[in-house]
Design a protein around this ligand. Structure first.
Ligand code: HEM
Length: 444
């Protein structure tokens, strides 16, 4: 349908202000949208441009894919937006009102309170936990490869090491025996979040459907992990005037102006478990996929492990784990010359912005060297942008580059098969069926 043929309103008085797919066409695409949302969004963007309006009466729904448009919403007009969207409302079923989902009023003091926990020493502490995690991974892989190359699911390995680092660096606990249970509870809970977002008829959590029961069990498992983390700290109480050591100390600090409630502490710990490990694991898993399919780049990394930062940044461009960021507009705004009314849902997909030729030359090519000299201000938002920028960005970049450098230097990683790995666009980008790779030791 051409722009001229678009209706003036989508019902409920929702004006049509931007080009986009017609209602019938979108309905016919429903299966494709649910099955492969990334490809659908890409098609809609290619067909209709950087600001697209979907034929949805309420809320008016826009896809914004230009570097400037994304920046305008996340940075310049941040105060005119809210996180009251389906995406974050559903996520809060698992995380509660933690830093990631909190609305501005509750969020601002909490961010101020937690930011100091991400100080330089904490980043250095993370480095220690990455080294411990890598030692363990080496040991495990050495055992597996004693008789020759072995096949491992590198996605599973990245989830495990990322969770151990998060729990070690933020909460000071080693969760050796529980890693598998907690990573799988996280995945099941997040799967439930996405399933709810995709099914407008999904029943509320209180109704004991099999899907809700699965999700409730996963959330209980995460709650159990929270209890264990707190109990471990309380049984090892610091001297009253000991310096604040990590994020858990900040959360449990009884001398805060307003100490956090039990529920608030729980919500932050779950938020950090969820936000802090699945994202990093997803980024690393796709980095391996990119390196395996670009052997020249793998070789460069093996010869110069210090270039791992570039590889990690470029992997985050092509496979941004947080592939979708949503906001509700609180006032009318003009984005790329198009009027977006108050109370609209705005979808920004880093997947698309990172492929926009307005920001990137040869956007589909894997070229880590493009990040020599740093990342651009515009058009690169794997960690979001503006006030709600990821609080764990530096920790994630340190973890990611250390893990890539170490494994590339010590292990040969090759493909098990040549089929492209299908992507499940869940809360983060996940490889369908994991990512089996062949490993063999390079240095004894
Ligand atoms: C490669 C890894 C990571 C990616 C791609 C990532 C991505 C993001 C993105 C896109 C946002 C902004 C969401 C929005 O604006 O709506 C965000 C926020 C957040 N991230 Fe990350 N993240 C990563 C690692 C981490 C780590 C390691 C932690 C914790 C240790 C963490 C904790 C958080 C929290 C708490 C927020 C909310 C911040 C706020 O609103 O003040 N993330 N992340």
């Amino acid at each position: 349908m051409s722009e001229a043929e678009l209706p003036k309103r989508y019902g409920w008085n929702t004006p049509v202000t931007a080009p986009g797919p017609a209602g019938g066409k979108m309905l016919r695409s429903l299966h494709a949208i649910l099955k492969d949302p990334l490809t659908y969004l890409e098609q809609v963007w290619q067909e209709h441009g950087d600001v697209v309006q979907f034929p949805i009466p309420k809320p008016a729904t826009y896809l914004v894919s230009s570097p400037e448009g994304a920046r305008e919403i996340l940075v310049n007009q941040h105060n005119q937006t809210s996180k009251q969207t389906l995406q974050y409302n559903n996520l809060s079923l698992v995380t509660g009102e933690g830093l990631l989902t909190a609305e501005t009023q509750a969020w601002r003091p909490r961010r101020r309170m937690l930011q100091p926990a991400f100080h330089q020493e904490m980043i250095a502490l993370s480095e220690h936990h990455v080294s411990v995690g890598l030692e363990k991974l080496d040991q495990h892989w050495n055992e597996l490869t004693q008789a020759g190359p072995a096949i491992v699911d590198i996605d599973h390995a990245m989830m495990s090491i990322a969770l151990e680092i998060t729990c070690g660096a933020l909460f000071g606990v080693a969760i050796d025996d529980e890693v598998d249970e907690i990573t799988s509870a996280t995945l099941v809970a997040l799967h439930g979040v996405v399933a709810k977002a995709r099914n407008p008829l999904a029943l509320p959590m209180i109704v004991p459907t099999p899907a809700n029961l699965r999700m409730r069990r996963a959330i209980s498992r995460l709650d159990k992990a929270v209890d264990a983390i707190i109990a471990a700290r309380l049984s090892n109480i610091l001297a009253p005037d000991a310096p604040i050591r990590d994020m858990l100390d900040v959360l449990l600090d009884p001398d805060l102006e307003v100490p956090l409630t039990k529920q608030q502490i729980r919500d932050e710990i779950v938020t950090f478990i969820v936000a802090g490990h699945e994202t990093v694991a997803s980024a690393l898993t796709w980095a391996w996929q990119l390196l395996i399919t670009n052997p020249g780049e793998m070789q460069k990394l093996q010869l110069a492990p210090e270039s791992a930062k570039l590889v990690f940044d470029e992997s985050l461009r092509l496979y941004p784990p947080a592939w979708i960021i949503t906001r509700r507009t609180l006032s009318d705004m003009i984005i790329d010359g198009i009027e977006i009314p108050a109370n609209s849902l705005v979808i920004i997909s880093p997947w698309l912005v990172h492929r926009n030729p307005k920001a990137w030359e040869q956007p589909l090519e894997f070229q880590p060297e493009r990040f020599i000299g740093g990342s651009p201000q515009l058009g690169y938002l794997p960690f979001g942008a503006g006030a709600r920028l990821c609080i764990g960005k530096e920790m994630a970049r340190l973890e990611g580059s250390m893990i890539l450098a170490h494994i590339a230097k010590n292990w040969q990683i090759t493909a098990v098969h040549n089929e492209p790995v299908p992507i499940d666009a869940s809360v983060t980008l996940r490889p369908v069926g994991g990512m089996p790779v062949r490993i063999s030791r390079l240095i004894k």
